[in-house]
Design a protein around this ligand. Sequence first.
Ligand SMILES: [Fe+2]
Length: 199
Amino acid sequence: MRPTAQGGFDALLHALGALVNKDFNPIGKAIALQALRCCMQALPLVLSKPDNLAARTQMQLGAYLAGVAIGICKVDAVHAMCTPLEAVVDMAHAEVLAPVFRVVSRYTVQTHAGVYANTARQLNIAGTGNDYRDALALIERVEELARQANISLYLANLQLTEQQAGQLATQALQSASMSLNPRSLSYEEISSLYLQMVN
Ligand SMILES: [Fe+2]
């Protein structure tokens, strides 16, 4: 189940990152939305009923479409900040992604809730009309899926100095996806977000 859970959660964040980022390719965005719809519907099903072939088919389709979408649009700061961190922890990709998502997405929607809110409405996850509230509903749904997939939203037993956080930030800024994050993040902000993840 671990490959299913973690691969599924990774695919979901590929789809979401490609959908909300600042890339403007309309084909990529349409594919990303369909990928996210498939992943969010199928992931809980493949976790609760691993033998459900229809759910697994939908999960595979979602993962494939998410891959196509990131090939067109790239992703966002969640993946950009995940990669440097993976080099210093002995954890699987999805296990690093989830804590990064918890911190970075909540920071991003403080100023750029609209695109997350629109996504939440398109997927019928929220519809209060309040961008920040609807964006948070989407984030909380993704976090709930992480819990169902048995993926922690916290990095346990990791400590970072300010200098180490700065080194990670320097590496994260080299990712092509970093500049596409809905909220532009400076070196100082990225360093601070890394420190928030471990404290
Ligand atoms: Fe990934």
